[in-house]
Design a protein around this ligand. Structure first.
Ligand code: NG6
Ligand code: CA
Length: 516
């Protein structure tokens, strides 16, 4: 099956003349594999891009990407928050199977264990050079809280198949506020050694709680009142950093510049680039040149900044003559949130824009707003432009789908939840999966088919407890929504369809039993 697909794929390539751009580097024994770039946004909602109906912000580069490829209307992240979603994407294994996969602190130890098979391992095994650039949020070092940030970390992305990495340990709202390059703090400052704690403050260090007068860039709306870096208070305590500390307004430029450099350096060999942007996660603090580009303040301007990153990447591919044979996949780690803990007026300035594209719920939640995400795939050498697909697709399948594309073999017991869904990803199959599974922030699972959404019973408040006004979708009884007549999940019809409730709960039962 894989072989058949492979032969078809290779035959397809041979008919495309522009594929010859890398001809010098070919040994003719291995086909000319496409470069693969994931542009993975943070908290970018289903309705946040112009080509997905966004208002009040322009996203011309993303629009172009969609116009030159496929825009997916029914794509899903594996979870409604970052760490479990990224875990699923990079390992092909649902995070809910494994402990310690919830939203990670900045001093979490490695959540994907070095022995685990990852997306980067997969690409590396077939000769790709690999990079992870941007937001990581999957832990570093071998023990939580015991990292020595002033020395090479004992384990980092190099142990997960990434040849090169330039990352933020967790999120911009969590310490340490430094970039880490190949397992060591970038621009490390010998005069300002770095110490990190998620338990207690370091003596004499100001905090957002005690020293709000030092918050010259952003104030918190909830939480986020510990260490202050760049006039913004964060989650967790840190001391030191000196010239290694990031400036929030430069984060996107740093990430993009490192991505461009990586692409330029590997123009003549197949590469895999996991480019995970900080935009549009909080604290949103885009560069001054993007300020005012939207009418929605910092959150909208962060979307414009995200678009500028996409533009730079696409321009780089054009300039280097590798745009045709580079497969670009753009998506987001989870649904959107408006007020996620800083006073940035995101709520007040929406002006009719719906970050979820009117889906119910949002980040954290079991409703579609939590996990239905924008997705665009462009591969000009292979995929005809201007398509829309409503195939049911999940990020959990990217690993095995791209393995099918590259001819990589998957070790037994690795990526057990990932399926080869390449045909959907490249637009040849418009149906997709029979079902996808989605994890809410309280670990409630949902099963989504094209027709139905089943949310299993779970405990928890109906609205996110700590500030964002998001409906969680948590209910002690089963929920079933008819997605064809009620795509906004307004009417729970579980009582009318006991047989479907039983069917979907059996799916979850057997999925869970796979690793019990
Ligand atoms: C929450 C944070 C939120 C965000 C989220 C993780 C508070 C009050 N809220 O705990 O701001 O950081 O964690 O987001 O601290 S994620 O997209 O990385 O999963
Ligand atoms: Ca996120």
């Amino acid at each position: 099956m894989v072989i058949d697909k492979w032969n078809t794929f290779v035959a397809g390539l041979l008919t495309i003349p522009s594929i010859g751009v890398n001809a010098q580097s070919q040994n003719f024994e291995r086909p000319n594999l496409p470069n693969v770039i994931f542009i993975y946004a943070d908290d970018l909602g289903f309705g946040d891009l112009e080509c997905f109906g966004a208002k009040n912000v322009k996203t011309p580069a993303v629009n172009r990407l969609a116009a030159e490829g496929i825009l997916f209307t029914n794509a899903h992240a594996a979870a409604a928050t970052s760490t479990p979603s990224r875990y699923g994407l990079l390992t092909g294994r649902y995070a809910w199977r494994d402990k310690g996969t919830d939203v990670a602190a900045g001093n979490a130890g490695m959540i994907i264990k070095p022995g685990q098979f990852t997306m980067a391992d997969m690409f590396k095994s077939v000769g790709y050079v690999t990079a992870g650039i941007g937001k990581w949020h999957l832990g570093l070092g071998d023990k939580t809280g015991e990292q020595d940030w002033n020395a090479p970390l004992p384990s980092a992305l190099g142990d997960l198949g990434f040849d090169y990495s330039y990352i933020m340990a967790a999120t911009a709202d969590r310490v340490p506020c430094v970039f880490i390059e190949n397992g060591q703090v970038a621009n490390w400052d010998a005069d300002a050694p770095i110490y990190v704690s998620y338990k207690e403050n370091f003596e004499g260090e100001p905090t957002g709680k005690n020293n709000p007068e030092l918050l010259y860039n952003l104030h918190p709306s909830h939480g986020h009142d510990q260490s202050i870096v760049n006039g913004i208070s964060r989650i967790g305590y840190m001391k030191g950093g000196g010239k290694a500390l990031w400036k929030d307004e430069n984060i996107a430029d740093s990430i993009t510049a490192h991505a461009v450099k990586f692409i330029e350096q590997h123009v003549s060999e197949p590469f895999f680039l996991y480019l995970a942007t900080n935009d549009v996660h909080v604290p949103r603090f885009p560069h001054p040149r993007h300020r005012g580009k939207s009418s929605m303040g910092l959150r909208g301007d962060a979307i414009a900044q995200f678009d500028a990153t996409v533009e730079t990447v696409l321009n780089t591919l054009d300039l280097l003559g590798i745009a045709d044979n580079t497969l670009v996949i753009l998506s987001s780690d989870n649904g959107p949130v408006v007020d996620d803990g800083y006073l940035d007026d995101a709520e007040e300035l929406l002006g009719g824009h719906s970050p979820t594209g009117n889906l119910r719920g949002g980040k954290y939640s079991a409703f579609e707003g939590g996990t239905r995400v924008p997705m665009i795939v462009r591969w000009r050498a292979k995929i005809p432009a201007g398509q829309t697909s409503d195939a049911l697709v999940s990020q959990i399948d990217w690993l095995k789908s791209l393995a099918a594309l590259s001819g990589a073999r998957i070790p037994e017991n690795a990526a057990i939840d990932s399926r080869d869904n390449l045909a959907s990803i490249i637009g040849e199959d418009k149906a997709g999966r029979d079902y996808v599974i989605e994890q809410a922030s309280n670990h409630a699972l949902s099963v989504r088919t094209k027709e139905w959404k089943y949310i299993e019973p779970s405990e928890g408040k109906p609205i996110v407890a700590w500030g964002p006004k998001i409906e969680t979708g948590y209910l002690q009884s089963p929920q079933l929504y008819d997605m064809q007549t009620d795509s906004l999940e307004t009417m729970n019809v579980a009582d009318n369809h006991p047989e479907l409730v039983e069917y979907f709960s059996q799916i979850l039962f057997s999925e869970r039993n796979l690793t019990k």
